[in-house]
Design a protein around this ligand. Structure first.
Ligand code: FE
Length: 304
């Protein structure tokens, strides 16, 4: 079975396009790589492909779609069949429908989110290149994360969406949150790479975004992100702390449209033979915020 390589892009709906571009370039530190219609395309300095984030002007905030990259056209056709076999309808999105992208396979997740698989996208290269590269580029602005890391989405039927990613897309589950009796699935953390998670779900309304996360190297970088966000007076949701789940170091904040972002560092590595870690609902506070040990109302309720 081929593997899905990674989360490749997210398209976020934003209310004020120019304000959002300003935030994602100056404060997050992404690079604008193109514009088409009401959309602006951006990439992080350490990413090779044309874009990992699309900002699209809309009347509401939230996730327009997220997409996973596969290695070859054969893999794309293979997973298209797998998705159909699971019972989700697929449609092909034609080359050129968005900037720099080849054909994509679109379907709707059991949680109502728009999802795509693709393999072809223009290659731009990283800011440091591939010949005798420096470790990071001089003159990078803002938080300057390496890459898009993962998304957390909300949905009602987490058992089915977990089964979808495992059975149709060959993902594995690193961690889960269950009711104390183990009957109900309240959170599901899924991976296809060696990362602690590439995509996660928590129980909540269908088709909503909890956050999109960007990867930074270390706790020091999370702290520096907090400094930068304070300099620009960006609203925080959660100041730097550690996750019990994934063991990552984290900070949460909001973009100008209210979409939650995360700067995420570390986290353990996963392997195909790791058993799934379980957190019970009574320990969920520790699971999400290891130090504070309780969830805040904004963290639970602010969704786009
Ligand atoms: Fe996260």
């Amino acid at each position: 079975m081929p593997r899905v390589m990674r989360i490749g892009r997210v398209e976020l709906k934003v209310l004020d396009l120019e304000k959002s571009v300003d935030y994602y370039t100056k404060i997050i530190g992404l690079q604008e790589t193109g514009r088409m219609g009401d959309s602006v395309y951006l990439k992080a300095w350490d990413e090779f492909d044309h874009h990992s984030l699309i900002l699209t002007k809309s009347n509401t905030a939230g996730l327009a779609h997220l997409a996973f990259k596969v290695e070859t056209l054969e893999d794309l056709a293979y997973y298209e069949k797998q998705v159909e076999k699971f019972g989700c309808t697929t449609t092909r999105i034609s080359r050129g429908a968005r900037l720099g992208e080849g054909e994509a396979v679109h379907f709707i997740l059991p949680t109502g989110h728009h999802c795509e698989l693709y393999t072809e996208i223009d290659f731009l290269g990283t800011a440091v290149g591939t010949l005798n590269p420096h470790p990071w580029p001089l003159g990078a602005q803002g938080i300057a994360p390496h890459r898009l890391d993962h998304c957390l989405l909300t949905g009602d039927d987490l058992k089915t969406v977990t089964r979808f990613f495992i059975e149709a897309l060959n993902f594995r589950q690193s961690e889960r949150i269950t009711s104390v009796d183990g009957e109900e699935l309240l959170g599901s953390f899924l991976f296809t790479t060696n990362k602690a998670h590439d995509l996660a779900f928590v129980k909540g309304p269908d088709a909503k975004l909890h956050h999109a996360a960007f990867f930074v190297d270390s706790l020091h970088d999370v702290f520096k992100a907090a400094d930068i966000l304070s300099m620009y007076e960006v609203p925080f949701d959660v100041t730097p702390t550690r996750h019990g789940i994934t063991r990552g170091e984290t900070i949460y904040f909001f973009d100008p449209s209210g979409n939650r972002n995360e700067a995420f560092a570390s986290g353990y590595m996963t392997y195909p033979d790791m058993p799934t870690i379980t957190w019970t609902e009574d320990k969920i506070g520790q699971g999400i915020f290891y130090h504070r040990r309780e969830l805040s109302e904004s963290f639970m309720k602010a969704l786009t």
